[in-house]
Design a protein around this ligand. Structure first.
Ligand SMILES: Cc1cc2nc3c(=O)[nH]c(=O)nc-3n(C[C@H](O)[C@H](O)[C@H](O)COP(=O)(O)OP(=O)(O)OC[C@H]3O[C@@H](n4cnc5c(N)ncnc54)[C@H](O)[C@@H]3O)c2cc1C
Ligand SMILES: NC(=O)c1ccc[n+]([C@@H]2O[C@H](COP(=O)([O-])OP(=O)(O)OC[C@H]3O[C@@H](n4cnc5c(N)ncnc54)[C@H](O)[C@@H]3O)[C@@H](O)[C@H]2O)c1
Length: 569
């Protein structure tokens, strides 16, 4: 699942300049004292409201010598700056970086070209989890066997589609408001418009093609995120052939929907649609469903999340052509064999959801102005998120975080990368250990993971010459899970028997998304199984699943190595 892994490194960044925090704190205080950043001022102007006029006024206070202008061709680096940090993109990555930056005393602005909050808040994590909250409850209410086992009787469950859609939309609005207010309250300047890098440490922002607002910054973070990736030949009309952007609005619940791709989005939406009454057909290019997950967990997940539900599937096929429904004709999907490329089948369905990954949103960013070539649209970065130029050298003062760098497309990764960059900017060399970042798929039950899958661990072991051991436990051995009548689950720990290093943990079962953090923190802190197996877990709790896992591990008796030093997280 973790596609690209950054190696740990401890070398100093060439251009990280330790700063005096006091200077910046003073700067922040002065800004507030002058009344430029009061949240109410922003509120009056709405989201993103720093006008060019107001902005230039501030520039005279803080950076009298800043000389960037639209007339400047942008090639010269400025000698003083409007901001310590300018972030392009106010998604969760940009937001996390901005909050940490002001906390560290950096004068910070964030540029947003669309709605605040980006994908996660408006078209991703937040509304999808609202829909999944509904599907979880629908499943419980519809599961007669489960209810009977608990001694419950409930009349037939139903739902109001519009009310469900409103729940998702209202939650997104609420979180968007919270996110925006948190930036304003802390004094982050929100600059509205599309941001383009016009030269070293210079960004232009405003309406595309017409903007003439230029700001200078000592450091710039690109946090422009991603959009749905739609393969060639697929025509999205937003009604019957849709991406997650459309599906989250829940404008209709089709009787039969094909879902192209069985990754996170495909799986989560299959959970939602089947709970609301749709039949689902998966179309997956790889030979098995859920190819990104640990195979053993994927197999069990298929037994629980796919086989008993109204879901069928075609694996090892590409959807090469999808035509929306029109004039009473259904959506048609042409499938070819993924290996031989021979035509395989044609499906006719009511709707199709395209869930084939995400493409970076880096067009128009002006990367060519600073000698950066993207790789399939992704901004190349090193392990410190420093942008790598076309000549292989680092571009000074330029960073890229989140989906736009493609390292690990998750909300908390974007935010953690942003925090890591700010740490570097404020004098603390910091490298994020991507192998310690957990991921979760919020199906019912949930799937979660951290670190390597078993095949990845075995491959690494072969290359580096160590043994791999596995510990496994079932949720059926857990009292709390049985009390909830939710014994269907498996937890798996992959570790080194020579030194106790945790290589990966995978959980399928009730609340797996919450349970994974004990393991991810252990990896982040370099805790070995021999240390953590002595930790105490409350009884009866689901966390005893992990306790059981740790206790099942066996460290080679000849091993005398001490537990390692904690690593940077
Ligand atoms: C359906 C769905 C469900 C998901 N669920 C989860 C989940 O449960 N957990 C999880 O961890 N992740 C989830 N994700 C992934 C998560 O949403 C992304 O990893 C995360 O949003 C990436 O954050 P980001 O800040 O890098 O980019 P984004 O959130 O995409 O934000 C980028 C922002 O930059 C703005 N922008 C772009 N270019 C410019 C420019 N030139 N100038 C100005 N502004 C610009 C955009 O308008 C946008 O607001 C989900 C994604 C989807 C699609
Ligand atoms: N709970 C979460 O954390 C969560 C939820 C949703 C999305 N996300 C993030 O959003 C990103 C996008 O999710 P996603 O599910 O779209 O991507 P994904 O990469 O997880 O899965 C895409 C799937 O589509 C298949 N595929 C690709 N092209 C195909 C084709 N032409 N025909 C058939 N199958 C094809 C791939 O083999 C893969 O299994 C992910 O990187 C994920 O990190 C996270």
């Amino acid at each position: 699942m973790h596609a690209t892994i950054s190696p740990l490194s401890t070398a100093k960044p060439p251009h990280s300049t330790p700063r005096s925090r006091t200077d910046f704190r003073l700067c922040g205080l002065r800004r507030e004292a002058l009344g430029f950043c009061s949240p109410s001022q922003f509120r009056n102007r709405g989201v993103g409201a720093v006008s060019a006029k107001n902005h230039s006024r501030r520039r005279t206070v803080f950076a009298a010598s800043a000389s960037a202008s639209a007339a400047d061709n942008g090639s010269r680096a400025p000698s003083s700056f409007d901001y310590d940090l300018v972030i392009i993109g106010a998604g969760v990555g940009g937001h996390g970086a901005a909050l940490h930056a002001v906390e560290k005393g950096l004068k910070t602005a964030i540029i947003e070209g669309d709605v605040m909050g980006g994908t996660c808040v408006n078209r991703g994590c937040v509304p999808s989890k609202a829909l999944l909250a509904v599907s979880g409850r629908m499943r419980e209410l519809q599961d007669e066997h489960h209810l009977k086992a608990l001694g419950l009787q409930v009349a037939a469950a139903g739902y109001d589609r519009q009310a469900v859609a409103d729940h998702a939309n209202n939650l997104a609005s609420k979180i968007r408001g919270n996110l925006t207010n948190s930036l304003k309250a802390l004094g982050v300047d929100i600059l509205t418009g599309f941001g383009t890098i016009v030269g070293p440490q210079k960004v232009k922002y405003g309406k595309i093609g017409t903007s003439d607002n230029v700001v200078t910054a000592k450091d710039i973070i690109i946090a422009t995120g991603s959009v749905p990736f739609v393969p060639k030949g697929i025509e999205v009309d937003g009604k019957t052939v849709i991406t997650s952007d459309h599906a989250l609005k829940l404008e209709f619940v089709p009787d039969w929907i094909a879902i192209v791709g069985s990754g996170y989005i495909g799986l989560e939406f299959s959970d939602v649609y089947t709970a609301l009454g749709s039949e689902v057909t998966f179309i997956e290019a790889m030979d098995q469903l859920m190819p990104g997950f640990d195979p053993e967990i994927g197999k069990l997940a298929q037994r629980v999340l796919i086989n008993p539900r109204k879901i069928d599937y075609h694996t090892g096929v590409f959807a090469t052509k999808i035509t929306p429904a029109k004039d009473g004709k259904p959506v048609t999907i042409e499938l070819i064999d993924a290996k031989t490329k021979e035509p395989k089948d044609t499906l006719e369905v009511d709707a199709a959801l395209i869930a084939t990954g995400r493409a970076p949103f880096t067009k128009g960013l002006g990367l060519e102005n600073i000698n950066v070539e993207t790789q399939r649209g992704f901004v190349p970065v090193d392990e410190r998120m420093r942008v790598i130029g076309a000549d292989g050298n680092l571009i000074p003062h330029l960073y890229c975080i989140g989906d736009a760098n493609g390292k690990l497309m998750l909300a908390h990764t974007a935010s953690a990368q942003g925090i890591s960059v700010v740490e570097q900017l404020t004098g603390n060399d910091h490298v994020l250990n991507h192998l310690s970042i957990p991921a979760a798929c919020f199906t019912h039950p949930e799937i979660s993971m951290v670190g390597l899958t078993e095949p990845q661990a075995r491959e690494k072991a072969k290359q580096e010459g160590f043994e791999v051991s596995i510990a496994k436990t079932s949720f059926k051995a857990n009292t709390k899970a049985l009390a909830e009548n939710e014994g269907e689950g498996l937890a798996k720990l992959i570790y080194r028997p020579d030194n106790g290093e945790i290589l990966g943990v995978h959980i399928f079962g009730m609340h797996a998304a919450d349970l994974i953090h004990e393991a991810s923190n252990a990896i982040a802190l370099g805790t070995r199984v021999q240390d953590i197996k002595l930790a105490v877990h409350a009884h009866p709790t689901l966390s005893e699943v992990l306790d059981e896992l740790y206790k099942l591990t066996k460290i080679n008796s000849h091993d005398t190595k001490p537990a390692s030093e904690p690593v940077a997280v």
